[in-house]
Write a protein that binds this ligand. Structure first.
Ligand SMILES: *[C@@H]1O[C@H](CO)[C@@H](O)[C@H](O)[C@H]1NC(C)=O
Length: 264
């Protein structure tokens, strides 16, 4: 009887261990390394994000009520620069390094590099821009709450986070304390595309221009070939004669340009 019990136990154990290993899929090929040590830098990195358009990182030290930036290349003795918050708990705007936050929980960065702060214990959303720190939501709220409406009168719980959504030009707020997903629409200028995006638009336009010019050249060549071989309709030929360069086929760039203007 005892042996049977043992056997049963063994079978159960076997099944259990099998289940555990079969649920774990170890995919190899990844590496972990430390790029910054908060103990040495004397910051507590509660949250980190890249700074758009640069290789810098933005670090939030929540318990230290301050934001820092670090420039690449990252090393153990690289320098952190104070970005915003003087380190004391408080609620004051203005000049970035003398502004005060109160246990900021998380932050988001828009395409321009503006930083939006879920300033938890102030129940407010703050904005860090080139011109300093401002309060953009919850400025009138005297405590936690879940009021929607005009942003300064809105209120938030003690536990909320935010994320920037460029497609919606808004901040999505996960208001955990209230169990709500909320949204704050940003101003148009906050979502304007950065210089980087503008650059790529120019490249795109240039590409389109070149493609247009190439197709025009091909069209001209084909046209001339057809004209020479006499396969072009007489009426069509006549019509295009005006736009075409001279008969002999020596197209001056002037004519080409005028032509291009018409067809592009
Ligand atoms: C931050 O600024 C406030 C107000 O000016 C001041 O009382 C406080 O001592 C400052 N904190 C630090 C760490 O400098």
């Amino acid at each position: 009887m005892a042996m049977l019990l043992h056997l049963l136990l063994l079978v159960i154990l076997c099944l259990a261990s099998n289940r555990v290993t079969s649920e774990l899929v170890l995919e190899e090929g990844y590496t972990v390394s430390t790029i910054l040590d908060g103990n040495k830098l004397r910051v507590n990195p509660s949250s980190v994000l890249p700074r758009p358009g640069t290789h810098d990182l933005i670090i939030l030290d929540s318990s230290g009520n301050a934001f820092y930036t670090v420039s690449s290349p990252f090393s153990q003795d690289c320098e952190v620069r104070q970005l915003a918050g003087n380190g004391s708990r408080g609620f004051s705007d203005g000049d970035s390094v003398s502004a005060m936050f109160s246990h900021p929980r998380s932050f988001a960065v828009d395409l321009k590099g503006n930083i939006y702060v879920a300033d938890r214990s102030n129940h407010a959303i703050r904005k860090i821009s080139k011109s300093g720190v401002t309060t953009i939501a919850g400025g009138y709220s005297k405590g936690p709450g879940k009021m929607d409406g005009p942003a300064q009168s809105a209120s938030f719980s003690e536990d909320f986070e935010l994320i920037f959504i460029s497609e919606r030009c808004s901040l999505l707020i996960s208001d955990r304390g209230n169990r709500l997903v909320r949204e704050m629409i940003l101003k148009h200028e906050d979502c304007a595309h950065s210089q980087l995006k503008l650059g790529s638009t120019w490249v795109w336009a240039l590409g389109l221009g070149i493609a247009c010019l190439l197709s025009l050249a091909m069209w001209l060549a084909a046209h001339r070939f057809l004209a020479r071989t006499g396969r072009l309709q007489p009426s069509l030929f006549q019509q295009d004669m005006e736009a075409l360069p001279n008969h002999s086929g020596d197209s001056s760039s002037d004519n080409l340009l005028r032509h291009q203007k018409r067809s592009c």
